[in-house]
Ligand binder design. Structure first.
Ligand code: ZN
Length: 341
């Protein structure tokens, strides 16, 4: 009950990539990079275990970008055709590759990483891949020229990958869909359908992470325009509650999301973001506990998983470590109140 987990990413060690930079280039190359990534996964697992996190991830140590890392093994995506486009309804500019032909998974993308992480922790293991709508929103398309059709093709490719990863002993496969907070109409018309195709036949639990983004300026500026109450979730939670996804990961710490909206996810596991990733201020356990307590009237404790709001990759490592500890200690306070050990 009240099992802790993280949204996915952790900061990378400085020998692997420049700290405090989103999408930082690697500091190593060739075999040294491969070795460095594996070493970083051991560090990420160790830090989560030391903090007492119950369901750990590989910290996304092996990918530079949470979307493009997945695309590097997909035929039909041309990384030599990079263009700069506005993404997330033009919230910020990103340099993205172009879809120029039919999509096909050339090889397994993450199997080695999952097998390595699985072999080095006895904790429950979660792994994240980008969701179809967020992928579609993070590249240019000159082939399918239809967002829904392109999403369904990506969902097919994700499903091939996901089945392989689940067979390696994953406990949770999470699809990251920050785009679900931007294109709420499309979530209902094809976003959930694409998720269903992506998780079809999976043997492990499935999760979808829907956030307001990393703590970068474009996102904090955008949040400032969203008014006193952020009600984006209100439009998508009923559809998610009716979906076949097991777990929904949401942003609650320091957020203007009305916590009562969590009640719309009845019947689902809810990963309650109780750690803010947009500030270097490390939460006190009491602050984490307060966020969890606010959610408890709407999410029963056996379905509530204290989590981070989003990935922590752009944070200072000491800050991230502090936030992991605060998450665990704050959860322990609430567990004691509920009489759970
Ligand atoms: Zn996020």
């Amino acid at each position: 009950m009240l099992l802790t987990t993280i949204a996915g990413s952790l900061p990378k060690p400085s020998w692997l990539a420049k700290p405090r930079v989103l999408w930082a280039p690697w500091n190593l190359s060739g075999p040294a990079l491969a070795e460095g990534k594996r070493d970083a996964v051991l560090v990420a697992l160790g830090e989560q275990e030391a903090a007492g996190i119950d369901i750990v991830s590989d910290g996304e140590q092996s990918r530079q970008h949470f979307v493009h890392g997945f695309l590097e093994a997909i035929d039909g995506v041309d990384f030599t055709r990079r263009v700069t486009i506005g993404i997330r309804a033009d919230r910020y500019k990103a340099e993205v590759p172009t879809v120029t032909g039919p999509l096909a998974r050339r090889r397994s993308v993450h199997a080695d990483e999952v097998a390595f992480a699985r072999a080095h922790t006895t904790k429950k293991l979660k792994f994240t891949v980008p969701g179809p709508m967020t992928i579609v929103d993070t590249l240019a398309d000159e082939h399918y020229r239809d967002r829904r059709r392109l999403a369904m093709e990506f969902a097919r490719v994700i499903n091939e990958e996901a089945r392989e990863l689940a067979a390696l002993g994953l406990d949770v496969l999470q699809l990251d869909e920050p785009a679900f907070n931007v294109y709420m109409d499309e979530v209902r018309t094809w976003g959930i359908e694409a998720l269903h195709r992506a998780i079809d036949g999976l043997s492990c639990k499935t999760a979808v992470h829907i956030c307001y983004g990393y703590g970068i300026k474009a996102n904090t500026d955008w949040k400032a325009t969203l008014g006193s109450e952020w009600r984006q979730y209100e439009q998508t939670f009923p559809a998610l509650a009716a979906s076949r996804i097991d777990q929904i990961s949401v942003e609650c710490a320091n957020s203007r999301v009305p916590v009562s909206l969590l009640g719309l996810l009845r019947g689902k596991d809810v990963l309650v973001g109780a750690v803010d990733v947009a500030t270097d201020a490390v939460e006190t356990p009491a602050e984490v506990a307060a966020t969890i307590r606010r959610a408890l009237p709407y999410v029963p404790p056996e379905r509530l998983y204290p989590c981070t709001n989003c990935g922590m990759v752009p944070l200072d490592r000491a800050v991230a470590r502090g936030k992991l500890r605060a998450l665990v200690e704050g959860t322990a306070l609430v567990r004691r109140e509920l009489g759970v050990t």
